[in-house]
Write a protein that binds this ligand. Structure first.
Ligand SMILES: CC(C)(COP(=O)(O)OP(=O)(O)OC[C@H]1O[C@@H](n2cnc3c(N)ncnc32)[C@H](O)[C@@H]1OP(=O)(O)O)[C@@H](O)C(=O)NCCC(=O)NCCS
Length: 235
């Protein structure tokens, strides 16, 4: 996994045109869980995870065309972690999270919202969100190589952002490698803009990261944009 950045790393953020400040509690990259204080459910597992989007299955005509075919979205639970860790290693290789990190994330209870995308009883993607007051963070997002380009990540991200809205978050932030054009395009489609660059952020590779943020995610306009983005990959 990627190394946490030091607490004073915000000094290293080079603005790229948007002057929205980075919060001081930004310590970890988009692939590293945010250390957000967490209310915990009575059973110690995330209790408010929900089916993404409006909870509806993909549109029937889209399913018939096989574009979002048979993919269902479910809360990530501890018993999924064996499969998730295997997929995580395939997707992120040396940057993969450890099982302990996933356990730690699930132990954060209501401060986290993790979802899986499942096709034919196989987990093909997953994503996670952290919420703290009116701030939210995309913790991770990954889709199996053979399931990409069909809107799975878009639908996961839309679901995470809708959840952030239900938690009264007004803003969402993430980091992404500057050489990850596919992910950047996905994030831009959902209203994220670059705030700056963290030089040498990823270790040991030394790769740079963009900090990206979507603001005013609580507004009706943003909600309609999420609806449109979801519809665009369901056609
Ligand atoms: C980045 C990643 C999550 C994207 O997953 P994905 O499921 O392929 O993403 P989507 O299918 O939602 O979107 C990918 C593209 O397919 C297009 N697409 C999706 N469904 C479509 C459809 N039905 N018709 C036409 N185009 C479609 C999207 O518009 C998008 O194109 P764009 O990037 O040019 O805008 C995936 O490539 C991945 O796991 N990469 C490795 C891990 C990673 O980089 N994670 C992000 C870390 S910050």
């Amino acid at each position: 996994m990627n190394s946490p950045i030091p607490p004073d790393d915000t000094d290293n953020l080079q603005q790229t045109g948007n002057n929205v400040p980075i919060t001081d509690d930004v310590r970890l990259d988009a692939r590293s869980p945010r250390d957000v204080a967490a209310p915990r459910d009575a059973d110690g597992v995330p209790g408010d995870v929900s089916v993404p989007g409006n909870g509806a299955a993909p549109a029937a005509d889209a399913v018939r065309r096989g574009q979002v075919g048979q993919v269902v979205f479910e809360p990530l639970r501890w018993w999924h972690l064996g499969d998730i860790v295997v997929l995580e290693r395939k997707i992120f290789a040396e940057d993969a999270w450890t099982p302990e990190l996933f356990w730690s994330e699930l132990a954060q209870g209501a401060a986290r919202h993790y979802l899986t995308a499942v096709r034919d009883d196989q987990i093909i993607g997953y994503g996670g969100l952290a919420v703290h007051d009116d701030e939210s963070y995309i913790q991770t997002l990954g889709v199996a190589a053979d399931a990409r380009g069909r809107g799975v990540a878009t639908r996961l991200l839309v679901a995470l952002l809708r959840h952030a809205r239900t938690r009264d978050a007004r803003r969402c932030e993430l980091e992404v490698r500057t050489d990850n054009a596919v992910a950047q395009s996905l994030y831009r489609r959902l209203g994220f803009v670059e705030l700056g660059v963290r030089r040498g952020y990823y270790q040991p590779s030394g790769a740079d990261a963009y900090v990206m943020s979507a603001d005013r995610i609580h507004t009706g306009d943003y909600g309609r944009m999420l609806d449109a983005a979801e519809q665009a990959v369901s056609r």
